[in-house]
Write a protein that binds this ligand. Structure first.
Ligand code: NAD
Length: 438
């Protein structure tokens, strides 16, 4: 089947390349011509494990192309996936939908045959119906469906080709049939699929992200209690996780969630519920957000205490800039947020990350970046482990003793072996593992 993918960022580029694995002929379109050039050359504009190889092999088959020409992408395609961004609006919690609106309008204007527009972007409930109504009103020959995407950065290729489930929000059997044709191979593999209305499909995505955010903030709220009760949140989450009704995943206390999805999605969901007259139902999401943001403040406060109450003249290494390991995405990154806050308080902050330094530098040009871990840590008064890359878990604290000015480690991700570091002579503080100086 001939498919167009509109918007080739983290989601769209991966989706476009993966669709060729299902046997389709795909043209990816983006308004960012630098991204299009890079993808066309087989060079991923972002770091995503496995994506480079999938992109290269998809281009080699001749079934994948990228273009900045809307006509080239849209004409002749039967299915058009909308994968453009839905960032938080400036000055509001609501989602900014102007990219989605523009992308759908562009496809409607340019398409030269019947077909299906399939939204994959994460949108507030009601968006798909509004867009479908607009297409109908304009007498478009295109139909609209919503097929939310659940891939995780760092595991994007695997998640896109082997999802836990597929969700099809449709208004006709024809739309359902088209989507089943697109995903035939994945459905044949035994992946469950759920066909539903547009609103439910949109809600599945934001409800899933809200649940995950809630789990993370729940354990971080427990960490706050552990910090005052002199208890250990790592042991607490291990013990909770054995309960099959609770489960261990997304129950790691630390610096909280960030990135281009969870924070803006829960805010937009709350804002939308308010517009629909159901704000009471989601007031808890505001608390989830607050708990999450408080972890960032907590790390800065603890760092100040560990440094004797003064950041001025202190050297701090921040290990990690990406919002999570195995990604170079720094959107709303807790690590960078903490690094910038300590820099503003007068510390000299050096940031290391295995993949995200170019993106981090663009966002926070005034911070100092190091490409080697030991360069970041040399002569420091404090190391803050802010993103749990494997590289940091395997640091030998004995070897780093002679490198630093003061052997202090603030483990904001509960990533290192606390006892090993303490026995090696370090003052270690890990979030949620008891009171400071206990
Ligand atoms: N990144 C993820 O892990 C992920 C997972 C699931 C869902 N989502 C959702 O997918 C959507 C896209 O997220 P992303 O992370 O890929 O964002 P992104 O910012 O990486 O990519 C969006 C792309 O859309 C392009 N674009 C904007 N307007 C356009 C237009 N009119 N025509 C063509 N291209 C246009 C931009 O240039 C950009 O390359 C969001 O709604 C997000 O919430 C993202």
């Amino acid at each position: 089947m001939r498919i167009s993918v509109i918007g080739t960022g983290y989601l769209g580029a991966v989706h476009a390349a993966c669709m060729t694995r299902l046997g389709h002929e795909v043209v990816g379109y983006d308004t960012d011509s630098a991204k299009v050039d890079s993808l066309s050359r087989g060079v991923s504009p972002f770091f995503e494990p496995e994506f480079g190889a999938v992109l290269e092999s998809a281009l080699a088959t001749g079934r994948l192309r990228f273009t900045s020409s809307a006509e080239e992408a849209v004409r002749g395609a039967k299915v058009h996936f909308i994968c453009v961004g839905t960032p938080q609006q400036l000055g509001s919690d609501a989602a900014d939908l102007h990219f989605v609106d523009a992308a759908v309008q562009m496809v409607a204007d340019v398409a030269d045959c019947d077909g299906l527009i399939v939204g994959k972007s994460t949108v507030p409930v009601g968006t798909a119906q509004r867009l479908a109504d607009r297409l109908n009103r304009d007498g478009s020959r295109l139909e609209l469906a919503w097929n939310p995407e659940f891939l995780r950065e760092g595991l994007a290729v695997r998640d896109n080709l082997h999802p836990d489930r597929l969700v099809f929000g449709v208004t006709s059997q024809h739309a359902e049939k088209s989507l089943m044709e697109v995903y035939a191979k994945i459905i044949d593999d035994g992946t469950p699929y759920i066909t539903t209305d547009l609103a439910t499909a949109e809600l599945v995505k934001v409800a899933a992200n809200s649940f995950l955010a809630t789990k993370i903030s729940f354990i971080n709220a427990m960490a706050e209690v552990c910090e005052v009760a002199n208890a250990d949140v790592v042991t607490l989450s291990e013990a909770l996780g054995y309960d099959a009704r609770i489960g261990r995943r997304f129950l790691s206390a630390g610096l909280g969630f960030g990135g281009g999805c969870l924070p803006k999605d829960i805010r937009a969901f709350s804002a939308r519920a308010g517009e629909l007259g159901a704000s009471d139902a989601l007031t808890f999401l505001r608390e989830i957000d607050k708990i999450n943001m408080r972890r960032r403040d907590k790390v800065v406060t603890v760092a100040g205490t560990l440094l004797g109450g003064n950041f001025l003249g202190k050297n701090i290494a921040v290990l990690g800039a990406a919002f999570k390991p195995n990604s170079d995405d720094v959107r709303d990154s807790p690590a960078l947020n903490v690094a910038a806050a300590m820099h503003l308080k007068g510390a000299s902050v050096r940031v290391h990350d295995p993949k995200a330094i170019p993106n981090a530098r663009r966002q926070f040009p005034t911070l100092t970046y190091c490409s080697a871990i030991d360069d970041a840590c040399r002569n420091t008064d404090l190391i803050v482990l802010a993103t749990e890359w494997d590289e940091y878990r395997s640091i030998d604290p004995r070897l780093f003793l002679s490198l630093v000015r003061e052997p202090r480690m603030l483990d904001a991700r509960n990533a290192v072996d606390y006892d090993f570091w303490s026995e090696a002579g370090w003052q270690v503080y890990a979030l949620g593992r008891g009171a400071l100086n206990s």
